[in-house]
Structure formats: C-alpha cells, structure tokens
Design a protein around this ligand. Structure first.
Ligand SMILES: [Zn+2]
Length: 484
C-alpha cells in the first residue's frame, strides 16, 4: 500500500502528495542545518546527478549486481490493514526475506535489506541505503489496499524512465506466477522511487483488502510464488548484460567462510585461558596495562555495520560485536566479514527481548537459536553472551553458563543508540573508562543511523591511543577462547 491508494480521487491524491513533499522538503531544510544525517547521506544532499551515467560492462570480473530489497512500511507505520485485519508491514517483511533468501543463492547478486525486523525506516533513508551503496537496483515490496474489497490485481510502480524495463520484467513475472489481474506498470511520484539514483521499482503484489488475494498472499505457497517471480524478474532483467552502476574498485572481495577456531584453541597454548566464571563480567583486569575492549551491539545491518567495520579495519583495531540471531540470519555475509577481519562475536539473543520478562524456555530458545545462526554464518559457536539491556535473572544466568557462555556486560555505556552527540559519547568515555574497561556502543537500530557512533569512533580511536590504551577483543581481555 502507498499513500495514493487511499485517495478516491487520483488527481487530488497527487496534489496532496506533492504538497506533502514540498512541506517535508521545507521542514528538512529548516531542521537539518549541519546535522550529521547529511554526512551519512551525501547522495541526497550534495546534489549528485539523478539517474547517473552507468559504467560500461567491460572486464568487470566477478562484480555482482547490487540489489536493495525494501520491505515497505514497518514499526509505527503498519501500511495497509488487510481484509483479515493483519498489517501489510508484516507481509512485506516476510516476502522480502523470502526474496532475500532466494536471491542469495544467485551468484550474480549482492544484497541488502532496508529492514530486517519490525522497525520504522524513513523513506529517504531507504533510498539513501541504495544510493550510498551504489546499488544497481532497488525493489520495494508492498501489498495494495482499497476501500472496496472487490478491487484486485498486481501493479508495479516506477518514477524515472530508466526503471521501466525492470518494472515491466518484475510485473510480467509476478502476474504470471500469481494469476491476479494485470494492472500494469505505472509512473508514480513516490519518495522511495524518486530519490533512488538507480532503477527502482515498487511492486504491489496484490490487494490485501481483497480477501482472496490476501489469503493467497499470506499463504506459504503464495509467498513462494511471489518471491520466485520477483527473483525471476530480476534475473531476466540483469541477465541481458545491464551495465553495473558501481566502479570496479569498490568491489569487496569474496571472503571464504572461516575455519572453525575450535581446533586451534584446543591445540594452541591455552595456559592463559580461564574457564568461564559463574558471574557477569563488567571489565577485565587493570593489572595488564591500559587495555580496552570496544563492543558493538544489535547488528549486523547492511548499512551502519559495514561503516563501523571499515573504520576498525582502517585503524587495525579488533573489536567485539554482540549479534542478534535474526540479523545474523539476514546478513550472514556480514557476520563472515566480521570474523574474517579478526573481530570477536558474541550472542545477543535472537530478537532482543528483556530476559527478565520472558520465560526460561523462551530465553533458552533465544540463546540456542542465535548460537545456531552464528554457527551457520561464522562456522563456530561463540563463547560470549550479552543479555539485551544487560538484564538477566539468576536462574537464566546459571542455565546460560551451562551452555558454556560467559555473560558479559560493560563498564561504559555510551548511550549512543539514543542519538546523544559524539561529544557526549567521548565525555562519558573519558569520565568512566579505566584500564580493562569494556565500552558499549551499537552497530544497528540507533537514531539517525548511528551517525554519532561513527563520528565518536573516529575520535575515540586516536584519543584513547594517545592516552596509551591498546584495543583488544573481549575474549582477549578476559582470557577466554573465542569459541569452545
Ligand atoms: Zn542490544
């Protein structure tokens, strides 16, 4: 569903949409005077040419087409309410994830999702994710709505003319697969499409307000058919030698899955290792000089996490990332990159519930499913667990220790997720950090794409280095193996 669909008079609808857009632009100009959001979204604010010229498709080697899959709506924005009362945002997310899983098996594509759970992502941020990454295409996934339940059919929307062939390719496949009426390919002035600087389309798979179409779209069979159709549409479109958008040198080399570290640790010198203690770690020992462990929670995502990893890599610093199982499942490639670049990983639950408010069985499932997802992505089961919000009952702690997991909280909470300034983050670090300390920051799910975290990290590294600190992973700080 998109705003337009709610309007009974299409012309009036377009005017309202245009007016809304103009007001929004005005607000953006007034509010964002030099704020950090602009730095994150250069393509939007520095007047890059829209629909930029593509690089010819010559000797690109293993370059892959970069596809951004956008699950429409999310969080406080539920989208349409289907005939059954279910929200469109859930349908969009589950279909987008199916598309992701299928596309992930195609060697010609590299992928990002704009959201991996029920979170609100602003329309301009969705386009920015695609622009910032130099994506070759953006596909936004939606279900339609109308006041009359009898309205049915599939349509695919675009804004810029260079998106028409992709829109048509996806439209043809989805119509063929689902068998709903073909409402065609249409131009619409939608923000996510207008702001995207690459072929960008929005597929309205069918009408969720029509009981029959909704039932089919929510069924596993319907979703499989729709997902395969979208993938087929992309394959057919890119199969005809479409030029790549990104320059070759930006290609990240493919990283092979790392070997399990288990054997290395069993064979290696393990005199320094200590077994997991029956406690929560807040810091390491101060006796070993000025060591600090930087930790980043709640990722990985396809947007902030790579930026953090780039900074760490540039400075040759190893950190520790506490990962959510559902995000590891959505971004196994980034989990592999994290491990490949020498960082430690820990379990941060599957979906970030407060453990003090869920049952023991639910808590254990959160932990176990995440261990499984991390093992699948990284090749080993980590030895660290950090409870969401640092909250854990004593029974749960015992059970988690029995799973060979060390429970690790932090010394310094930077509050970065809340959007505090990088200056405030650095003030807290200087005030609270002592040798052996553990610093808590985030790599996903914060305000303004965690621009403050990124900015603070670039100050923290030289400032702490100047104070004589060395950066170590949590397992190194606590003398624990990376895995058992
Ligand atoms: Zn967290």
């Amino acid at each position: 569903m998109i705003n337009r669909s709610k309007c009974k008079h299409p012309i009036k609808g377009i005017y309202i949409l245009l007016l809304f857009f103009v007001i929004l632009l005005g607000i953006k100009t007034i509010w964002h005077t030099g704020s950090s959001v602009e730095e994150l979204i250069p393509a939007l604010t520095h007047g890059d040419t829209a629909g930029s010229v593509s690089v010819p498709h010559i000797s690109l080697g293993n370059a892959k087409y970069r596809i951004v899959i956008d699950a429409g709506h999310g969080g406080k924005d539920p989208g349409a309410t289907g005939a059954s009362g279910q929200f469109e945002k859930g349908f969009n997310l589950s279909l987008a994830q199916r598309v992701y899983e299928l596309l992930d098996q195609e060697p010609m594509f590299e992928l990002r999702l704009t959201r991996t759970d029920d979170e609100f992502v602003a329309l301009e941020d969705r386009a920015a994710i695609a622009n910032d990454w130099n994506a070759d295409a953006l596909v936004s996934i939606h279900g339609n709505t109308y006041t009359e339940q009898t309205i049915t059919g599939t349509e695919t929307l675009y804004r810029h003319d260079d998106s028409i062939p992709l829109a048509q390719s996806i439209q043809d496949q989805v119509v063929k697969a689902l068998g709903f009426p073909d409402r065609g390919v249409k131009e619409e002035h939608l923000k996510v499409l207008s702001l995207s600087q690459m072929p960008a389309v929005l597929v309205e798979t069918g009408y969720l307000t029509n009981p029959k179409e909704e039932e089919f779209l929510l069924s596993s069979k319907g979703q499989d058919l729709a997902a395969h159709a979208i993938v087929e549409g992309l394959k057919q479109y890119f199969g005809q030698n479409i030029p790549h958008k990104q320059p070759i040198e930006n290609e990240m080399t493919e990283v092979p899955p790392p070997v399990s570290m288990t054997e290395t640790y069993r064979q290696g010198d393990s005199q320094n290792e200590q077994s997991i203690q029956n406690k929560v770690y807040f810091n390491g020992s101060a006796k070993e000089g000025k060591q600090v462990a930087l930790t980043f929670d709640d990722g990985p995502d396809g947007f902030v996490t790579p930026k953090i990893l780039d900074i760490l890599k540039k400075n040759n610093i190893k950190a520790t990332l506490f990962i959510l199982g559902n995000r590891a499942k959505a971004h196994p490639d980034i989990v592999r990159r994290i491990v490949q670049e020498g960082h430690a990983i820990g379990n941060h639950s599957w979906s970030h519930p407060n453990f003090e408010k869920i049952s023991m069985a639910e808590a254990m499932k959160q932990v176990d499913d995440t261990q499984d997802a991390l093992e699948q992505a990284a090749g080993f089961r980590p030895i660290l667990f950090r409870p969401p919000y640092g909250a854990l009952g004593t029974d749960q702690m015992d059970a988690i220790h029995q799973k060979n997991l060390a429970v690790v909280n932090w010394t310094v909470d930077t509050m970065d997720w809340s959007g505090v300034s990088s200056k405030e983050i650095m003030r807290l670090v200087h005030k609270e950090l002592k040798p052996g300390g553990i610093v808590l920051q985030h790599t996903a799910n914060g305000k303004n794409h965690l621009a403050n975290t990124i900015e603070a990290l670039q100050q923290m590294i030289p400032e702490l280095t100047a104070e004589g600190y060395s950066f170590v992973t949590v397992p190194k700080l606590l003398h624990l193996p990376d895995s058992l």
